[in-house]
Design a protein. Structure first.
Length: 367
């Protein structure tokens, strides 16, 4: 096993565990009940996945799916749910950073003065850590929740980058996937923060659960890598079934369209439409992002129509010429073998149609 692969696999999963533990700590501090520390047991699933991946895959990833990302979602999403449902009423000033810095410096100075009379530097380090933890606890709950949301989405992108890739995905495909994840994470963060910050939404417990359910549903696209990979298919099967050939040729594009319509922009548009139509909630940003979701859904449907028409025209053109439709995502050897087989068949037809001429016999002596 390569040392760099092992290091990336362990460091990334360690970051996932630490971030999920911070979320559990915040839930326990907000709820003031130690029983919520039981949420930390979910990290055992991630530890088990780490051991299995190191044993059977030598630390590398799987095709089309990332178990580490999926288990990280299982570990952190319950904590974010509890924090959003609680949504404490602690007051946050207009300039909380300046107040926090002043208090922090004062506390650190006190800890330094007290540490001068102690023996060694270990006591000073412990006192400094205690002051730092106490200072973090004084930050208002809304700031903590937003910070966890932001670091959660950033860690999803960075973690997917650091995780070792499998043999089925290339560096070019990974770069495309990461760029897509950055835009997706920004849209998801905007949806959660913009809708849950509305005062009328906070008064409706069922509406909060519905928004969080849609937010969780949109997170399920991160463990999947189908947006940049083509599904392999056999030419014999794809030539007989038109839907199979369409899925083979445009698998990545169809997956992107499906994610936008059924996982992200479509559900976001439905939620925002309900807020404006049923609950009569209107603001400038809500109207803008609703229009943006309508535009994206329309463009995705237009893209689907263009792909379907282009594929239909290609199939009709090849069927008229009598050519065999081969999927472009098939290996080069398979296409070459199909072309060679067709070339041999054409030669055999020409050989049968034009048999070789009989050799002329030498004239006889009698003649």
């Amino acid at each position: 096993m390569e040392l760099m692969v092992l290091l990336n696999a362990l460091v990334t999963r360690l970051l996932f565990v630490l971030h999920s533990l911070i979320g559990v700590w915040r839930v326990t501090a907000v709820k003031k009940e130690p029983k919520y520390w039981l949420l930390a047991l979910l990290n055992l699933l991630l530890c088990l996945e780490t051991g299995l991946t190191l044993k059977f895959k030598q630390g590398r990833g799987y095709k089309w799916f990332s178990p580490a990302i999926f288990l990280y979602l299982i570990c952190i999403v319950p904590s974010l749910w509890l924090l959003e449902i609680h949504h404490g009423t602690q007051y946050c000033g207009n300039e909380p950073g300046a107040v926090q810095v002043n208090v922090s410096n004062q506390d650190f100075n006190q800890s330094r003065e007290s540490s001068h009379g102690s023996e060694g530097t270990d006591h000073h380090i412990i006192q400094t850590a205690k002051v730092f933890v106490n200072q973090l606890s004084t930050i208002c709950e809304t700031v903590w929740t937003l910070a966890l949301h932001q670091t959660f989405l950033l860690l999803l992108v960075v973690g997917r980058w650091l995780l070792p890739i499998g043999v089925e995905i290339t560096r070019d495909q990974l770069s495309q996937l990461l760029l897509m994840f950055v835009g997706t994470a920004a849209d998801i963060l905007e949806f959660a923060s913009e809708t849950l910050d509305i005062e009328d939404v906070r008064k409706n417990y069922a509406l909060i659960n519905a928004i969080l359910a849609v937010w969780t549903w949109s997170m399920l696209q991160f463990p999947l890598d189908l947006a940049v990979q083509h599904i392999g298919c056999k030419s014999s099967a794809s030539a007989r079934r038109i839907p199979s050939l369409l899925l083979c040729r445009y698998s990545a594009e169809l997956w992107n369209i499906g994610v936008s319509l059924f996982i992200q922009d479509g559900p976001f548009f439905i939620v925002r439409s309900i807020l404006m139509g049923h609950f009569r909630i209107f603001n400038q940003m809500l109207v803008f992002f609703t229009a943006k979701n309508i535009l994206v859904v329309t463009l995705q449907l237009y893209r689907l129509a263009v792909i379907t028409l282009d594929f239909r025209a290609t199939v009709l053109q090849k069927s008229r010429k009598g050519e065999v439709c081969c999927c472009p995502c098939e290996p080069y050897e398979a296409r070459a073998h199909a072309n060679a087989t067709g070339h041999q068949e054409n030669e055999m037809k020409e050989f049968v149609a034009f048999p070789p001429k009989e050799e002329s016999q030498p004239p006889s002596e009698d003649h």
